[in-house]
Design a protein around this ligand. Structure first.
Ligand code: PHE
Length: 446
């Protein structure tokens, strides 16, 4: 009975329109990864050279991984834990390997909710409220954010969040563009020795000597994190996508919009650091608490027309963007526990809420856990999860089936040349690329 209830919910949750599907998947991709993580990763890893690597990896490694993951989800019509298992004709190995898709989204949720909580805190702060800080306050905001996730995952507020994110995501985009414009035109402050233009140069004039094994693995991790790849999210969401939607088109749309958001967020933050801070290099490299965005943007708003109104709007929109990403992480293990454990959605959500509460409490109270969990999950587990998906599709799955999956929803079926190229990326380039980056990180870093 429970199982049929779960199935019924899964049925109901098929995305209703192409636009809706696109918004939900972009909603998962665009989040704190673009606005909180990208600017400080760029700052800490040498600027333009990092951005170039990130774009390269997004196109030659992440795009093929995305095609593989969405196809697995849509073809198998089941959650990330069971997708490859079902398509492989129930080979146990793939079920074991897919355990990764339970572990990784949980690990990410643990620290993501802490930063999500900061968006709520800064929303209230932007009204000039004098809010105390400290680990216990951080925990409070974190649990508040986690609670919002649980409510959405459990009850049908999903419609509400989808509808509101259709308004809030474009609004976030407009505000971040305005901030980028303000950031590059900021006059230098009295204490600064550099100007906004130095920040623009830092972002766009690559210094190839800055490319190291560390930069490469950080750029790879950033691309995977920002596109929600390797975490099971795109398999799970892919299983809700209708067949008349073309996987190639949706993948390009996601990659381009995600990249656009990130680069504009970088422009909003980095030049402002150069214009306002005495020692920008120190500010950028010292990211102990990874709170660059939360430190610098509140200094920029007062220097903008209507800044007083834009600031709370921005943090509210960022809160929603974070929420649409974190519910996608929450949904992966919930869908798996629901289907495989044959329990109701509510029960599955409560089990995971308990797990998340413990993990989020650790991340809120124990210093440095955020960056440790982040580095393990983003730099290692996500790429491994992505490689598993391309290896499955490239080496263990029927080419014809995959080709028909890629072509479905398209007036023009995937031609031989294009398909050959996609297969080359999936079979060789993506897995070997990730392997090369891993090996260089292991052997070339002192
Ligand atoms: N892509 C999200 C962001 O950029 C984070 C995320 C990672 C979501 C992994 C789901 C899975 O904020």
């Amino acid at each position: 009975m429970h199982c049929s209830k779960a199935n019924e919910i899964m049925e109901r949750e098929k995305f209703s329109s192409k636009f809706g599907a696109l918004m939900v998947i972009i909603g998962s991709a665009v989040g704190l990864g673009n606005i909180w993580r990208f600017p400080y990763m760029v700052g800490a890893n040498g600027g333009a050279a990092f951005i170039l690597l990130y774009i390269l990896f997004a196109v030659i490694i992440c795009l093929p991984v995305m095609l593989a993951e969405i196809s697995i989800g849509r073809k198998s019509r089941t959650n990330a834990f069971g997708g490859m298992y079902r398509l492989s004709g129930e080979k146990k190995f793939w079920k074991g390997a897919s355990l990764l898709y339970l572990v990784t989204p949980c690990l990410i949720t643990f620290f993501y909710c802490v930063i999500g909580g900061m968006t709520i805190e800064f929303f209230f702060r932007s009204f000039g409220l004098n809010i105390p800080s400290g680990p216990w306050w951080t925990l409070l905001w974190t649990l508040l954010f986690l609670g919002c996730n649980a409510m959405i995952i459990m009850g049908g507020v999903k419609d509400g969040i989808e509808r509101s994110s259709k308004i809030m995501m474009p609004m976030l985009f407009v505000i971040i563009v305005l901030m980028a414009l303000r950031s590059i035109t900021l006059p230098s402050s009295a204490e600064a020795t550099t100007g906004a233009l130095d920040g623009v140069k830092f972002l766009f004039r690559p210094d190839f000597s800055k490319i190291t094994a560390q930069t490469a693995i950080a750029a790879l991790g950033q691309a995977f994190f920002s596109l929600s790849l390797g975490s099971g999210v795109l398999m799970t969401y892919g299983s809700y996508v209708e067949r008349h939607y073309n996987v190639r088109t949706i993948s390009w749309q996601i990659v381009l919009s995600d990249m656009g958001f990130a680069i504009i967020a970088g422009i909003a933050v980095i030049p402002a650091v150069f214009a306002l801070k005495a020692d920008p290099a120190a500010v950028l490299s010292d990211n102990m608490d990874s709170a660059l965005v939360f430190e610098i943007l509140p200094e920029v708003f007062p220097m903008m027309p209507l800044g007083g109104v834009l600031q709370p709007l921005f943090f509210f929109a960022l809160f929603l963007a974070a929420l649409t990403s974190s519910i996608s992480q929450f949904e992966v293990p919930v869908a798996a526990v629901m289907n495989d454990g044959k329990v109701s959605r509510k029960k599955a959500s409560l089990i995971l809420l308990a797990v998340f509460t413990v993990g989020c409490t650790i991340c809120s109270l124990v210093p440095k856990t955020i960056s440790i969990f982040d580095a393990i999950a983003s730099n290692w587990l996500l790429p491994i999860g992505g490689v598993l998906a391309v290896i499955f599709i490239g080496w263990f799955y029927s080419k014809e089936e995959f080709r028909s999956e890629l072509s479905s929803g398209d007036l023009y079926p995937t031609g031989n040349r294009l398909f050959g190229f996609v297969l080359l990326l999936i079979k060789y380039i993506a897995p070997l690329g990730v392997l090369a980056i891993f090996l260089s990180k292991i052997f070339l870093t002192r």
